[in-house]
Design a binder for this molecule. Structure first.
Ligand code: TRP
Length: 334
């Protein structure tokens, strides 16, 4: 509990360009969570360097991500939006938790196996202990809930195991976090292969709509979306492409899939795709405009970065000092 509310923590990497899927599936739904939870959203740059990054690009993307969050409507006065690297407690707690995590546990992490296969020339120790750093992120803020996708569930389970193990030795130090199960956002699929999730790292440029795409590009991508030869706009598994477009339209307009089906009864795919494109444009346009405004206001963004890093550090340091004391580090002389 913090300020009378439960704590919610999530981290995101500033690698790749955010897609419409990230927005409709996550961001958009995070806007109101601060009414119920004390929310921390960290740009996890320490995690990003587990694979090689161009320093200039990483720095730019980290700032861009922070601004996109604000542009999407996450209020930086009510939510703590900050860079992980600005709060030294993440790395410090990660070290301690490394000593409470077994090699065997980390060896079982499927994301490690996938990334090790993908970056065979750079299987570094940081990539291996990545989940421990993630545990540190979460436990540092005594988070009650963590909104994560299915791909991060195994890491969250490990976080719970580490917390319980530590608590078993030293008493109740950490809150044991749970997955956030609230209203989940729409799961948006690739426009070129509706069996795959829309991804920021897809090589096919037509597969994903990026948050910063201009209206023409958005319309073009929607019109090229892969569909089928059924010729009917129905919400069913046999028509995954159309189903995905219905999900997108539905998430953009707030209409339920059944209503969308009714609205386009008897219409052709061409008309429907145009309507989907227009709906997406009308959602992304204000976000882009707000982003451009923020991008011009360096002083304002710098102020947010500084204030939120301080706010995060305050909570993080409280947990860290407690942990350091528990494991037997000497008290600081004041
Ligand atoms: N590993 C997460 C991802 O790639 C990002 C992340 C880092 C995170 N620390 C976190 C997510 C803490 C939730 C909570 O998606």
């Amino acid at each position: 509990m913090l300020n009378g509310k439960k704590v919610l923590f999530s981290g995101m990497q500033a690698t790749g360009n955010l897609t419409l899927g990230n927005y409709l599936g996550a961001l958009k739904n995070w806007v109101n969570l601060c009414e119920e939870y004390e929310c921390f959203y960290s740009v996890v740059d320490l995690h990003s360097i587990t694979v090689r990054q161009d320093p200039t690009i990483l720095r730019q993307r980290a700032r861009k991500l922070l601004m996109i969050y604000i542009a999407a409507g996450i209020d930086p006065e009510k939510n703590c939006l900050y860079y992980q690297s600005h709060v030294s407690g993440h790395a410090e707690l990660a070290w301690i938790l490394n000593c409470f995590t077994y090699m065997g546990e980390l060896n079982r992490m499927t994301q490690f196996k996938d990334k090790a296969a993908k970056h065979a020339d750079n299987i570094n120790a940081g990539l291996f202990t990545y989940p421990v750093l993630m545990a540190a992120d979460i436990l540092l803020y005594q988070a009650d809930v963590v909104p994560v996708g299915i791909d991060q569930m195994q890491h969250l389970e490990l976080t719970r195991d580490i917390a319980q193990r530590f608590n078993g030795v030293y008493g109740d130090v950490f809150t044991v976090p749970e997955a956030y199960i609230g209203k989940v956002g729409a799961k948006i699929m690739s426009l070129q292969d509706p069996a795959k999730k829309m991804s920021k790292s897809d090589e096919n440029p037509h597969a994903s709509i990026y948050l910063m795409d201009d209206p023409d590009t958005i319309m073009r991508k929607c019109k090229r979306a892969v569909t089928d030869s059924e010729g009917q706009i129905l919400y069913r598994e046999e028509q995954p492409g159309i189903r995905n477009l219905i999900d997108i339209y539905s998430a953009c307009t707030g209409k339920r899939p059944e209503e969308v089906v009714k609205e386009f009864d008897g219409k052709g795919y061409g008309d429907f795709k145009t309507a989907v494109g227009e709906a997406v444009v009308s959602v992304l346009k204000p976000l882009q405009a707000r982003y451009e405004e923020l991008n011009k206001d360096k002083t304002y963004i710098d102020g947010i970065i500084k204030a939120n890093a301080e706010k995060a550090s305050y909570t993080a340091t409280k947990t860290l000092r407690k942990v350091q004391r528990k494991v037997g580090f000497p008290d600081r002389v004041r």
